[in-house]
Design a protein around this ligand. Structure first.
Ligand code: KIV
Length: 287
Protein backbone atom coordinates (compact mmCIF):
# COMPACT_ATOMS: atom_id res chain seq x y z
CA UNK A 1 0.00 0.00 0.00
CA UNK A 2 1.38 3.43 -0.87
CA UNK A 3 1.05 6.50 1.34
CA UNK A 4 -1.39 8.18 -1.01
CA UNK A 5 -3.87 5.31 -1.36
CA UNK A 6 -5.48 4.98 2.03
CA UNK A 7 -8.39 2.72 2.84
CA UNK A 8 -9.98 5.69 4.63
CA UNK A 9 -10.40 8.72 2.38
CA UNK A 10 -12.55 11.84 2.29
CA UNK A 11 -14.99 9.75 0.22
CA UNK A 12 -15.18 7.23 3.07
CA UNK A 13 -16.18 10.07 5.42
CA UNK A 14 -19.05 11.03 3.08
CA UNK A 15 -20.15 7.38 2.77
CA UNK A 16 -20.05 6.93 6.54
CA UNK A 17 -22.36 9.91 7.05
CA UNK A 18 -24.70 8.56 4.37
CA UNK A 19 -24.75 5.14 6.08
CA UNK A 20 -25.03 6.69 9.57
CA UNK A 21 -21.78 4.98 10.60
CA UNK A 22 -19.88 6.91 13.28
CA UNK A 23 -16.45 8.30 12.34
CA UNK A 24 -13.65 7.98 14.92
CA UNK A 25 -10.67 10.33 15.04
CA UNK A 26 -7.80 10.75 17.51
CA UNK A 27 -4.85 13.10 17.49
CA UNK A 28 -1.30 11.74 17.21
CA UNK A 29 2.02 13.49 16.86
CA UNK A 30 4.62 10.72 16.60
CA UNK A 31 5.42 7.56 14.63
CA UNK A 32 4.69 4.82 17.17
CA UNK A 33 1.46 6.32 18.54
CA UNK A 34 0.21 6.86 14.99
CA UNK A 35 1.06 3.24 14.14
CA UNK A 36 -0.86 1.85 17.14
CA UNK A 37 -3.87 4.09 16.50
CA UNK A 38 -3.82 3.09 12.84
CA UNK A 39 -3.72 -0.60 13.79
CA UNK A 40 -6.57 -0.11 16.29
CA UNK A 41 -9.06 0.65 13.53
CA UNK A 42 -9.62 4.36 14.31
CA UNK A 43 -10.71 5.99 11.02
CA UNK A 44 -8.66 9.15 11.10
CA UNK A 45 -5.62 10.71 12.78
CA UNK A 46 -5.47 14.44 13.38
CA UNK A 47 -2.00 15.93 13.63
CA UNK A 48 -3.50 18.71 15.72
CA UNK A 49 -1.78 21.94 16.59
CA UNK A 50 -2.71 20.85 20.13
CA UNK A 51 0.84 19.48 19.89
CA UNK A 52 1.86 22.98 20.94
CA UNK A 53 0.49 22.12 24.36
CA UNK A 54 0.88 18.33 24.56
CA UNK A 55 4.34 18.02 22.98
CA UNK A 56 5.95 21.46 23.15
CA UNK A 57 4.51 22.59 26.50
CA UNK A 58 3.05 25.92 25.33
CA UNK A 59 -0.04 27.44 26.99
CA UNK A 60 -1.95 27.77 23.72
CA UNK A 61 -1.70 26.67 20.09
CA UNK A 62 -0.78 30.11 18.73
CA UNK A 63 2.98 29.58 18.94
CA UNK A 64 2.92 26.51 16.70
CA UNK A 65 4.65 27.02 13.35
CA UNK A 66 4.33 25.34 9.96
CA UNK A 67 7.80 23.82 10.56
CA UNK A 68 6.54 22.20 13.79
CA UNK A 69 3.51 20.83 11.95
CA UNK A 70 5.69 19.44 9.15
CA UNK A 71 7.97 17.55 11.53
CA UNK A 72 5.11 15.85 13.36
CA UNK A 73 3.05 15.22 10.20
CA UNK A 74 6.01 13.35 8.69
CA UNK A 75 6.34 11.23 11.83
CA UNK A 76 2.62 10.37 11.85
CA UNK A 77 2.60 9.61 8.11
CA UNK A 78 5.40 7.09 8.65
CA UNK A 79 3.23 5.26 11.21
CA UNK A 80 -0.28 5.47 9.73
CA UNK A 81 -0.86 3.48 6.59
CA UNK A 82 -4.66 3.10 6.69
CA UNK A 83 -6.28 5.98 8.59
CA UNK A 84 -6.91 9.33 6.92
CA UNK A 85 -4.33 11.86 8.15
CA UNK A 86 -5.62 15.36 8.74
CA UNK A 87 -3.06 18.06 9.59
CA UNK A 88 -3.83 21.39 11.23
CA UNK A 89 -2.71 24.52 9.44
CA UNK A 90 -1.23 26.52 12.33
CA UNK A 91 -1.93 30.11 13.39
CA UNK A 92 -1.25 32.66 10.62
CA UNK A 93 -0.22 30.01 8.09
CA UNK A 94 -3.40 30.65 6.04
CA UNK A 95 -4.04 34.32 6.70
CA UNK A 96 -1.47 36.24 4.68
CA UNK A 97 -2.18 35.42 1.04
CA UNK A 98 -3.64 32.68 -1.13
CA UNK A 99 -0.14 31.88 -2.42
CA UNK A 100 1.19 31.34 1.08
CA UNK A 101 -1.86 29.29 2.11
CA UNK A 102 -1.43 26.98 -0.88
CA UNK A 103 2.30 26.68 -0.27
CA UNK A 104 1.83 25.79 3.40
CA UNK A 105 -1.04 23.38 2.75
CA UNK A 106 0.98 21.81 -0.07
CA UNK A 107 3.92 21.26 2.28
CA UNK A 108 1.65 19.46 4.76
CA UNK A 109 0.25 17.25 2.00
CA UNK A 110 3.77 16.48 0.77
CA UNK A 111 4.73 15.65 4.36
CA UNK A 112 2.08 12.91 4.26
CA UNK A 113 -1.23 14.52 5.29
CA UNK A 114 -4.29 13.58 3.23
CA UNK A 115 -6.14 16.78 4.14
CA UNK A 116 -5.66 20.00 6.11
CA UNK A 117 -7.81 21.75 8.72
CA UNK A 118 -8.44 25.49 9.02
CA UNK A 119 -10.27 27.22 11.87
CA UNK A 120 -13.13 29.71 11.40
CA UNK A 121 -15.50 30.77 8.63
CA UNK A 122 -14.90 34.47 7.99
CA UNK A 123 -15.20 35.54 4.35
CA UNK A 124 -11.41 35.56 4.19
CA UNK A 125 -11.08 31.98 5.50
CA UNK A 126 -13.90 30.75 3.25
CA UNK A 127 -12.05 32.18 0.27
CA UNK A 128 -8.87 30.35 1.30
CA UNK A 129 -10.82 27.09 1.71
CA UNK A 130 -12.39 27.56 -1.70
CA UNK A 131 -9.00 28.12 -3.28
CA UNK A 132 -7.47 25.09 -1.55
CA UNK A 133 -10.27 22.71 -2.50
CA UNK A 134 -10.23 23.96 -6.11
CA UNK A 135 -6.49 23.28 -6.12
CA UNK A 136 -7.05 19.65 -5.15
CA UNK A 137 -6.34 19.91 -1.42
CA UNK A 138 -9.03 18.44 0.84
CA UNK A 139 -10.03 20.72 3.69
CA UNK A 140 -11.76 20.19 7.03
CA UNK A 141 -13.37 23.16 8.76
CA UNK A 142 -13.36 23.87 12.49
CA UNK A 143 -16.19 25.80 14.22
CA UNK A 144 -17.44 26.40 17.75
CA UNK A 145 -14.52 26.96 20.07
CA UNK A 146 -11.56 27.66 17.80
CA UNK A 147 -8.34 27.55 19.88
CA UNK A 148 -6.28 29.69 17.47
CA UNK A 149 -8.66 32.61 18.27
CA UNK A 150 -8.15 32.23 22.06
CA UNK A 151 -6.89 35.82 22.37
CA UNK A 152 -10.03 37.23 20.77
CA UNK A 153 -12.46 34.75 22.38
CA UNK A 154 -10.86 35.44 25.76
CA UNK A 155 -11.14 31.96 27.30
CA UNK A 156 -12.23 28.35 26.92
CA UNK A 157 -15.98 28.95 26.53
CA UNK A 158 -18.72 26.77 25.10
CA UNK A 159 -19.93 28.32 21.81
CA UNK A 160 -23.41 28.37 20.23
CA UNK A 161 -25.18 28.54 23.58
CA UNK A 162 -28.22 30.45 22.28
CA UNK A 163 -30.73 29.87 19.48
CA UNK A 164 -29.22 32.79 17.51
CA UNK A 165 -25.66 31.54 17.95
CA UNK A 166 -26.70 28.06 16.90
CA UNK A 167 -28.20 29.47 13.70
CA UNK A 168 -24.98 31.41 13.10
CA UNK A 169 -22.93 28.22 13.56
CA UNK A 170 -25.21 26.40 11.11
CA UNK A 171 -24.87 29.23 8.60
CA UNK A 172 -21.08 29.00 8.88
CA UNK A 173 -21.11 25.21 8.59
CA UNK A 174 -23.18 25.54 5.40
CA UNK A 175 -20.71 28.07 4.02
CA UNK A 176 -17.84 25.68 4.74
CA UNK A 177 -19.71 22.97 2.86
CA UNK A 178 -20.45 25.31 -0.08
CA UNK A 179 -16.77 26.20 -0.29
CA UNK A 180 -15.72 22.57 -0.53
CA UNK A 181 -14.89 21.44 3.02
CA UNK A 182 -15.32 17.65 3.36
CA UNK A 183 -16.10 17.70 7.08
CA UNK A 184 -16.35 20.11 9.98
CA UNK A 185 -15.02 19.79 13.51
CA UNK A 186 -17.45 21.18 16.11
CA UNK A 187 -15.65 22.01 19.35
CA UNK A 188 -17.39 22.78 22.66
CA UNK A 189 -20.92 23.23 21.35
CA UNK A 190 -24.10 22.20 23.23
CA UNK A 191 -25.39 18.80 22.16
CA UNK A 192 -28.70 20.17 20.83
CA UNK A 193 -26.94 22.77 18.67
CA UNK A 194 -24.49 20.19 17.28
CA UNK A 195 -27.41 17.83 16.50
CA UNK A 196 -29.24 20.60 14.64
CA UNK A 197 -26.12 21.43 12.60
CA UNK A 198 -25.39 17.75 11.91
CA UNK A 199 -28.92 17.19 10.60
CA UNK A 200 -28.86 20.25 8.37
CA UNK A 201 -25.59 19.90 6.47
CA UNK A 202 -24.46 17.17 4.08
CA UNK A 203 -20.83 16.91 5.18
CA UNK A 204 -19.95 14.98 8.37
CA UNK A 205 -19.62 16.79 11.70
CA UNK A 206 -16.86 15.55 14.01
CA UNK A 207 -17.50 16.62 17.59
CA UNK A 208 -15.17 17.35 20.46
CA UNK A 209 -17.27 18.36 23.43
CA UNK A 210 -20.29 18.58 21.13
CA UNK A 211 -22.38 15.64 22.30
CA UNK A 212 -23.31 12.29 20.85
CA UNK A 213 -25.28 13.29 17.75
CA UNK A 214 -22.29 14.40 15.66
CA UNK A 215 -21.36 12.11 12.77
CA UNK A 216 -18.04 11.39 14.47
CA UNK A 217 -15.91 12.13 17.50
CA UNK A 218 -12.35 13.35 18.00
CA UNK A 219 -10.25 13.54 21.18
CA UNK A 220 -6.67 14.44 21.99
CA UNK A 221 -4.60 11.28 22.52
CA UNK A 222 -2.75 12.67 25.56
CA UNK A 223 -6.11 13.35 27.24
CA UNK A 224 -7.53 9.85 26.71
CA UNK A 225 -4.25 8.27 27.85
CA UNK A 226 -4.05 10.44 30.98
CA UNK A 227 -0.68 11.87 29.94
CA UNK A 228 -1.26 15.64 29.74
CA UNK A 229 -0.25 17.36 33.02
CA UNK A 230 -2.65 20.34 32.68
CA UNK A 231 -6.42 20.67 33.05
CA UNK A 232 -8.51 17.98 31.40
CA UNK A 233 -11.76 19.30 29.90
CA UNK A 234 -15.15 17.85 30.97
CA UNK A 235 -15.75 16.36 27.50
CA UNK A 236 -12.74 13.99 27.73
CA UNK A 237 -13.11 10.32 28.57
CA UNK A 238 -9.87 9.00 30.04
CA UNK A 239 -9.06 5.40 29.06
CA UNK A 240 -5.64 4.97 30.74
CA UNK A 241 -3.28 6.61 33.19
CA UNK A 242 0.02 6.77 31.33
CA UNK A 243 1.23 9.62 33.57
CA UNK A 244 1.50 7.25 36.57
CA UNK A 245 3.06 4.49 34.45
CA UNK A 246 5.78 6.89 33.21
CA UNK A 247 6.47 8.24 36.71
CA UNK A 248 6.60 4.78 38.32
CA UNK A 249 8.81 3.34 35.56
CA UNK A 250 11.22 6.29 35.76
CA UNK A 251 11.41 5.98 39.57
CA UNK A 252 12.11 2.24 39.36
CA UNK A 253 14.80 2.82 36.72
CA UNK A 254 16.36 5.57 38.81
CA UNK A 255 16.50 3.27 41.88
CA UNK A 256 17.94 0.39 39.84
CA UNK A 257 20.72 2.59 38.41
CA UNK A 258 21.62 4.06 41.83
CA UNK A 259 21.67 0.62 43.46
CA UNK A 260 23.66 -1.04 40.64
CA UNK A 261 20.75 -3.34 39.78
CA UNK A 262 20.68 -2.14 36.18
CA UNK A 263 22.13 -3.31 33.84
CA UNK A 264 22.22 -7.01 34.78
CA UNK A 265 23.51 -9.84 32.58
CA UNK A 266 20.32 -9.88 30.47
CA UNK A 267 21.01 -6.31 29.35
CA UNK A 268 24.74 -6.76 28.70
CA UNK A 269 27.02 -7.89 25.84
CA UNK A 270 29.95 -10.22 26.69
CA UNK A 271 33.19 -11.27 24.99
CA UNK A 272 33.62 -14.92 24.00
CA UNK A 273 35.67 -17.03 26.48
CA UNK A 274 38.63 -16.94 24.10
CA UNK A 275 38.60 -13.15 23.73
CA UNK A 276 38.11 -12.67 27.47
CA UNK A 277 41.13 -14.88 28.22
CA UNK A 278 43.29 -12.86 25.83
CA UNK A 279 42.15 -9.67 27.49
CA UNK A 280 42.82 -11.06 30.98
CA UNK A 281 46.37 -12.24 29.97
CA UNK A 282 47.07 -8.81 28.54
CA UNK A 283 45.83 -7.17 31.70
CA UNK A 284 48.12 -9.38 33.81
CA UNK A 285 51.08 -8.63 31.49
CA UNK A 286 50.48 -4.92 31.72
CA UNK A 287 50.79 -4.94 35.52
O1 KIV B 1 -5.44 20.62 17.60
C1 KIV B 1 -6.29 19.76 17.89
O2 KIV B 1 -6.01 18.74 18.53
C2 KIV B 1 -7.67 20.00 17.47
C3 KIV B 1 -8.73 19.21 18.16
C4 KIV B 1 -9.00 19.82 19.47
C5 KIV B 1 -9.94 19.07 17.33
O3 KIV B 1 -7.91 20.84 16.66
Amino acid sequence: MTDSIKSVSVKTFAKMKENQEKISMLTAYDFSTAKYIDESGVDSILVGDSLGMTILGYDTTVKVTIEDMLTFTKAVANGAKRALILADMPFLSYHISKEQTIQNAGKLIQAGANAVKLEGASDFILDEINHLTKSGISVAGHLGFTPQYINTIGGYYVQGKSYENTLKLLENAKKLEENGAFCVILEMVPEESAKYITENISIPTIGIGAGKYCDGQVLVIDDILGKYPGNIPKFVKQYANIKDIIKESAQNYNNDVKQGLFPDKNNTFFLSDEEREKLECNLIKSY
